[in-house]
Design a protein around this ligand. Sequence first.
Ligand SMILES: [Zn+2]
Ligand SMILES: [Zn+2]
Length: 250
Amino acid sequence: MKLTVVGCSGSFPSAESACSSYLVEADGFRLLLDMGNGALGELQRHCGLYDLDAIFLSHLHADHCIDMCAYFVARYYRHEGGRCDPLPVYGPEGTEHRLTTAYADTPSASSMSEVFDFHTVKPSTFEIGPFTVHTERVRHPVEAYGIRIEHGGKSLTYSGDTGVTEALDELARDTDLFLCEAAFTHGKESIPDLHLNGREAGETAVRAGARRLVLTHIPPWTDPQVNLRHAREVFPGPVELAAPRRTYEI
Ligand SMILES: [Zn+2]
Ligand SMILES: [Zn+2]
């Protein structure tokens, strides 16, 4: 599997990075995890506009899904070749309605489904192309999922947005690469069931037995080096910060 960080800024874009979006590729199949603010532009550095095979949306906060409205335009009004066929989109209950409402002016209430084939995510195990994926509910103010993606005996686990939860410990069990949010800073922000701080991301990685930790979703108003240091204080394995355009072979 190849993981490419398309965008990793938490909550709102920074000057350097779009919001959450990660491209996962194997056997020529391209699965995009989340499509936050600015992600559609960045994505085109890594693949063609119409080269995605599936999209997974961890939850429906704007910083994880709002560029789906822009992508709707690109697929619905495609200049050459006409309207695109429906692309599989996996998201929480109400994804189509949320995106249609955010767009506000689709030609009809069902226009989104002409170019996206919506699948409702529940905690389960299923196949997306060559990947076996496991989804679990995580702790966030809205219905939100973490996802574990397996291929060729390797695994990648993405936390989505979450507070501390056993579900994530299990989902990331012995995972090869743990892409974990660390939006808060230990000793600074403490709101339960919203986000992890660097220390909690490290502790989650320890409990899970993750092999490698990549911290992501750090907002522009937070010093990433502090969160990185806090994670390193508790997790003995390799830890680093996600950065736009960084790639990982898993
Ligand atoms: Zn977020
Ligand atoms: Zn969120």
